[in-house]
Write a protein that binds this ligand. Structure first.
Ligand SMILES: [Zn+2]
Length: 335
């Protein structure tokens, strides 16, 4: 069975030192001390250590073969978004990352599909780079759950979503710069508590502002199984019903109506939660994702799904059909 993992991160091992180049800020660069590992530096500070499966396409293909997975959808690591930078500098950085991914896809067309990154702090530049991503053959882009703490419901982002819908570019929304991060540094809470809330923040913002109502063709996948959105949909719907004066001010449609109109990935680490997600979304709207190569991801690439006794059709939808539909790609190009 064709398996496409639609949520994986990659970074070019050779990159300019952006902080030196632009003369400010804490941009990411990689410091390679020994083969096979690299230190990810944020400005001059150590951020995290990564292994070669973060950048080496052959190592990645080999690791994926161990989990019977043929295709990886790659996008940058959210810490590379750099939405805080001068827009033109972020555009240059985004172009560098997008060219790297497009080149990878050109060299391994059966194994890699690429998503671009955009300078979301400037909508005109973001649209310009979105169009360039389309011309590079990338079927979509990854954006953050908030843009410098502005929600995706802000009117200034609407032209970008409109351009995505017009160009047929899929969107992946990834949590980053988690709310409350400064106040919960202990116990990895930004990742365990903040990330699911961030994704729900993005979903509620997009739904309540009416983006899906105005742009029914827009194809969006919210990662980590939609964060806390699906498990709190009852509360969200109840809030919509009991305080329409606060919630239904821009869109009169019940948020539950949108279940199954967007996509979510399957990263739940919990078969019972995945059953619930499938019930809410339908299997054609649940994509195989892993968050590879990071430890909080599902690094057995959906093994728990094969152990769940689901109908073969459901497994096939999760493993490839849902992603192919989200990205508007053809199965025959990958088998
Ligand atoms: Zn991720």
């Amino acid at each position: 069975m064709l398996k496409i993992d639609m949520h994986t991160h990659i970074i070019p091992v050779e990159m300019p030192n952006w902080t030196e180049k632009f003369g400010y800020g804490d941009f990411i660069y990689l410091q390679q001390d020994q083969p096979g590992t690299a230190k990810m530096m944020k400005g001059n500070r150590f951020f995290r250590e990564i292994r070669e499966n973060c950048w080496d396409p052959d190592v990645r293909i080999k690791e994926y073969a161990e989990h019977d997975t043929q295709v990886q959808v790659v996008c940058t690591i959210p810490v590379m978004f750099s939405y805080w930078a001068v827009p033109e500098d972020c555009l240059e950085l985004s172009k560098f990352l997008n060219d790297h991914i497009a080149d990878l896809v050109a060299r391994y067309p059966k194994n890699y599909i690429g998503l671009g990154t955009l300078p979301m702090q400037d909508t005109d530049l973001a649209i310009e780079e979105l169009e360039r991503c389309k011309s590079l053959g990338l079927p979509g882009v990854q954006i953050g759950s908030n843009i410098n703490n502005e929600n995706l419901s802000e009117p200034r982002f609407f032209p970008l979503f409109e351009a995505c819908a017009d160009l047929g570019m899929a969107v992946m929304v990834h949590p980053w710069e988690m709310m409350g991060m400064k106040h919960m540094t202990k116990y990895w809470l930004p990742w365990l508590v903040g990330m699911p809330a961030e994704t729900s923040r993005a979903m509620c913002s997009m739904i309540f502002s009416g983006i899906f109502e105005k742009l029914p063709e827009l194809r969006v996948d919210f990662v980590h199984a939609g964060g806390s959105f699906l498990s709190t949909i009852g509360r969200i719907e109840h809030g919509f019903n009991c305080r329409p004066d606060l919630v239904a001010i821009d869109n009169p449609v019940n948020p539950r109506e949108y279940l199954g109109k967007f996509w979510v990935d399957c990263i739940t680490h919990d078969p019972r939660m995945l059953e619930y997600v499938l019930e809410m979304q339908g299997s054609r709207r649940v994509t195989l994702g892993s968050d590879y190569p990071f430890p909080l991801g599902d690094l057995t690439i959906g093994k728990f799904i094969t152990e769940m006794d689901l109908p073969e059709e459901v497994v096939e939808n999760i493993f490839c059909n849902a992603t192919l539909e989200w990205l508007d790609l053809k199965k025959e190009d990958y088998v």
